[in-house]
Design a protein around this ligand. Structure first.
Ligand SMILES: NC(=O)C1=CN([C@@H]2O[C@H](COP(=O)(O)OP(=O)(O)OC[C@H]3O[C@@H](n4cnc5c(N)ncnc54)[C@H](O)[C@@H]3O)[C@@H](O)[C@H]2O)C=CC1
Ligand SMILES: O=C(O)[C@H]1O[C@H](OP(=O)(O)OP(=O)(O)OC[C@H]2O[C@@H](n3ccc(=O)[nH]c3=O)[C@H](O)[C@@H]2O)[C@H](O)[C@@H](O)[C@@H]1O
Length: 437
């Protein structure tokens, strides 16, 4: 099939590459000429494990193309995916201008039947708006489908190739047939394609992200309670996660959820609810808990340093909002850095992939270490904000030799408390009884 993907960010690039991998001719369109130039010359623009190999193969075998021209990109295409940004506007609602502007442009240039697919995360009612935007100037028949994406950064290729489910929202039989054929190679493992109406598909996406965010905030509150009552959140997590009705996943407490999606999507669903004259009480609490959780370690750090961080120097491991990505959008580490600097401290940072992105945002207010161990030089304590594998089994002798105080503040519960006690660390984490020197 010939398909077009408009927007070659995270979702667009994964979507385009994976559809090319299953034998389709894919043209990706982006307004960012620099990005298109890089991608056309074989240079991948995002860090995503496993994607580069597929990208290079499909580019070489001429199933994957890039252009800045929408007209050129949609020529002969049967399906057009819109993988465009939907950032939060000033009031928290999803900004649909990228999607609607492209839709209006499509209406002017389409000359035969096409299926236009909302791949971006968009509020209920967007398929209708996209239909209206296209229809203003369009003379050919078309269908608009809501096909939300559930991939996670870091495991995006696997998530796309072996989805738990594919949600396709449209009542058009013609569009259902086209979409069913396109996704057939991905759902062979027995996971279903769920056909539904557009609005239900749109809400499914927000409900999924909001439910997962709720699970995390719930566990973060349980972690707070564990510390207050002397329980261990790891035990409680395993205790409840063994119940199939609850499930083991997404129960890890930490320093809050970040990334480009949970924060914006929870906020957008709250706003959609308000617009429908309904106050979504749980989600307001989920957002509140998450705001506080980002700075969960700060009082512990301040208390260790007797409320005076002025002149103290901290090593911070982990900047990305989660491991296996260079994405720093809403990363808790950025909030910790700001708070430490505001207290008059200085900070050295290390992350395996996200350093360049942080440098662009934070600049020279902090020191960028070459290595996780050089990051520790002259530091009064170590803070861990992201659970990269390389941080899980560190050389504790090197850590001890570099740190001025044997103190580690771990926002991702990487180490056993008992081991840290044996090693002689002042070790504080999230929801567990601390090892205090
Ligand atoms: N990042 C993720 O893991 C996931 C994101 N989503 C949703 O997918 C959508 C896209 O997200 P990302 O890929 O992360 O966004 P992104 O910000 O990484 O990429 C968007 C791309 O669209 C391009 N663009 C902007 N205006 C354009 C136009 N008029 N014509 C052509 N290209 C244009 C930008 O240059 C950029 O390359 C959002 O709605 C997001 O919520 C859904 C699931 C996962
Ligand atoms: O809509 C989206 O963009 C995507 O948002 C999330 O994916 P992603 O943001 O890539 O990352 P997650 O693995 O979900 O993690 C999100 C945040 O939650 C945190 N988290 C996750 C799990 C957990 O148990 N505890 C926890 O604090 C992570 O550290 C991270 O900051 C969803 O998992 C995807 O299904 C969805 O497609």
């Amino acid at each position: 099939m010939k398909i077009t993907v408009v927007g070659t960010g995270y979702v667009g690039l994964v979507t385009g590459t994976c559809f090319a991998e299953t034998g389709n001719d894919v043209t990706c369109v982006d307004i960012d000429a620099n990005k298109v130039k890089k991608l056309s010359s074989g240079q991948i623009t995002i860090y995503e494990p496993g994607l580069e190999k597929l990208f290079e193969r499909n580019l070489k075998e001429e199933r994957l193309f890039f252009t800045t021209s929408l007209e050129e990109g949609i020529k002969d295409a049967e399906v057009i995916f819109l993988a465009l940004p939907t950032p939060p506007g000033a009031d928290g609602a999803a900004d649909l201008s990228f999607v609607l502007n492209v839709a209006a442009h499509l209406g002017k240039i389409m000359t035969d039947y096409k299926v236009i697919v909302d791949k971006s995360t968009v509020p209920v009612g967007t398929a209708e708006k996209v239909t209206a935007a296209i229809a203003q100037n369009c003379k050919t028949p078309f269908d608009v489908v809501s096909n939300p994406e559930f991939l996670r950064e870091g495991v995006a290729v696997d998530d796309f190739m072996k989805p738990d489910r594919v949600v396709i929202g449209t009542m058009s039989e013609r569009a259902r047939k086209v979409m069913g054929e396109l996704y057939a190679p991905f759902v062979r493992q027995g996971n279903p394609i769920l056909f539904m109406d557009e609005k239900s598909a749109e809400l499914t996406k927000y409900a999924a992200n909001s439910f997962l965010a709720t699970k995390i905030s719930f566990m973060n509150e349980i972690a707070v309670l564990c510390e207050k009552l002397g329980a261990d959140v790891d035990m409680v997590r395993k205790g409840i996660g063994s119940d199939d009705r609850i499930g083991k996943r997404f129960l890890f407490p930490g320093i809050g959820y970040g990334g480009s999606c949970f924060p914006k999507d929870v906020q957008a669903l709250v706003k959609s609810s308000q617009d429908a004259q309904y106050e979504f009480k749980i989600l307001n609490a989920v957002m509140d808990v998450n705001e506080n959780q980002k700075l969960f370690l700060l009082p512990k750090i301040k208390s260790f340093f007797k409320n005076d961080l002025k002149g103290k120097h901290f090593a911070l491991w982990g900047l990305a909002f989660k491991p296996n990505t260079d994405d720093i959008r809403e990363a808790p580490a950025l909030y910790i850095i700001e708070a430490l600097l505001a207290e008059g401290a200085t900070v050295s940072v290390f992350d395996p992939e996200a350093m360049a992105n942080v440098k662009q945002v934070v600049g020279d207010k902090i020191i960028y270490a070459e290595h996780q161990y050089t990051c520790l030089e002259n530091a009064d304590a170590l803070i861990i904000a992201t659970e990269w594998s390389v941080f899980r089994t560190p050389d504790f002798h090197k850590i001890s030799a570099s740190l001025k105080n044997q103190a580690i503040f771990d926002g991702r519960n990487l180490f056993e408390v008992s081991r840290m006690k044996e090693l002689g660390y002042h070790y504080e984490s999230v929801g567990r009884i601390p090892a205090i020197l």
